[in-house]
Design a protein around this ligand. Structure first.
Ligand code: NIG
Ligand code: FE
Length: 364
């Protein structure tokens, strides 16, 4: 089974003209050309005429921070007035601002707000979603976020994957003793997370002023021991070494990638890690474009996700992410559809359910 597409193959997004698709209780039973539709399958209950339309696979959104308390619109104004994302963070804004709001919110408030946002994403075509913690940055706050995500997992009609991102930023009180905070992540949070089965992945923001590559690897390796697969926020603001750290830890994906050069491309070529771009954060923070075209031309796979969060990407609209990738990074529509469906499914271990188009169904 094809589980991801890379390089020149990304230009192939097979389709069938004049097709049928049979669904049973929300699951696709079969599909193919109308001429192959068997008479005996015609006792369906409901028929939807899609003449003149595309029927596409649902989008998988493999990177979101959709559980949060309150918005951070004032920071958008700060940026208009000339402050950078990093300068706002150094003043205690950014992620720490979200942490302050989250620690004051109840589980119910967080759950209801996230549910409304996710329902909007589902209406816009998202069929599976990954959700990170990382706005708690305290034992209670991180566990509260992860329990909210677990409840969303239990109640939503779409698959949800949970990611522990306690290593999103250093809380103010640990700024001068960062290793102590990492000890808390590993020794106090991870055992509870494992015991309550709260997370599928462990993620780290590997960036200057955040977590170094060595700290990233230490956290990811500890996460593995507690049953969490690695992911990395990598190379968003600098050549941080995050891509190499992710490859070394055999991360499922490395995400952001605004700063990618030859060494990062070579590292990824020798890995199973899915490079994932987040056009929302790139455009809202006005960062350099990730070299998406160059990466695909170097034979790499590429995934696209929304990074829905209150500080750098206030939207989970995957169609918009596809459009931005085509217009800004010169992906073809076929490449962008592969990136936002099969490849982003791979980035959240959903590729077996989001299987590639079977060869026998390909139009000759
Ligand atoms: O993926 N880059 C780090 N983390 C988030 C943003 C978090 C925030 O600003 O709230 C991101 O863009
Ligand atoms: Fe993120």
């Amino acid at each position: 089974m094809v589980e991801k597409v890379a390089g020149a193959d990304m230009k192939i997004f097979p389709s069938i003209e004049n097709a049928f698709l049979l669904m049973n209780k929300g699951v696709i039973e079969s599909f193919g050309s109308m001429t192959d539709l068997k008479k005996e399958s015609l006792n369906y209950i409901e028929e939807v005429n899609c003449a003149g339309k595309f029927v596409l696979p649902a989008f998988c959104d493999s990177h979101t921070h959709i559980v949060y308390a309150g918005s951070r619109e004032a920071e958008y104004v700060d940026r208009i007035n000339g402050l950078s994302y990093e300068e706002i963070a150094l003043r205690g804004g950014g992620i720490l601002n979200s942490a302050k709001k989250l620690n004051a919110a109840t589980e119910d408030e967080l759950y209801n707000a996230a549910l409304a946002r996710i329902n909007e994403c589902i209406a816009q075509g998202t069929g599976a979603i990954e959700i990170k913690s990382g706005y708690g940055l305290s034992i209670e706050g991180e566990l509260k976020m992860l329990r909210v995500i677990k409840k969303l997992k239990e109640n939503l009609p779409v698959p949800v994957k949970a990611t522990f991102l306690g290593a999103h930023a250093f809380p103010q009180e640990y700024k001068s003793t960062p290793e102590k905070y990492i000890d808390v992540l590993i020794n106090e949070m991870m055992p509870v997370i494992e015991q309550e089965k709260l997370a599928d992945y462990c993620d780290v923001f590997c960036e200057r002023n955040y977590f170094t590559p060595a700290q990233t690897i230490r956290i990811l390796e500890a996460g593995k021991k507690h049953g969490m697969k690695p992911k990395v926020h990598a190379n968003q603001l600098s050549l941080s070494g995050g891509v190499q750290a992710g490859v070394q830890a055999e991360a499922v994906s490395v995400d952001h990638l605004e700063y990618v050069e030859e060494a990062e491309i070579i590292a990824l070529q020798h890995s199973e890690t899915m490079p994932t771009i987040l056009p929302g954060a790139q455009i809202f923070l006005q960062l350099p474009h990730p070299p998406a075209r160059k990466m695909i031309d170097a034979g790499l796979p590429l995934a696209i996700a929304s990074d829905y969060n209150p500080g750098s990407s206030p939207t989970g609209n995957m169609s918009l992410m596809i459009a931005l990738s085509c217009m800004l990074y010169k992906l073809t529509p076929e490449e962008a559809f592969n990136a936002a469906t099969l490849n982003t499914a791979y980035a959240m271990d959903m590729q077996k359910r989001m299987a590639a188009f079977p060869k026998e169904k390909l139009p000759m």
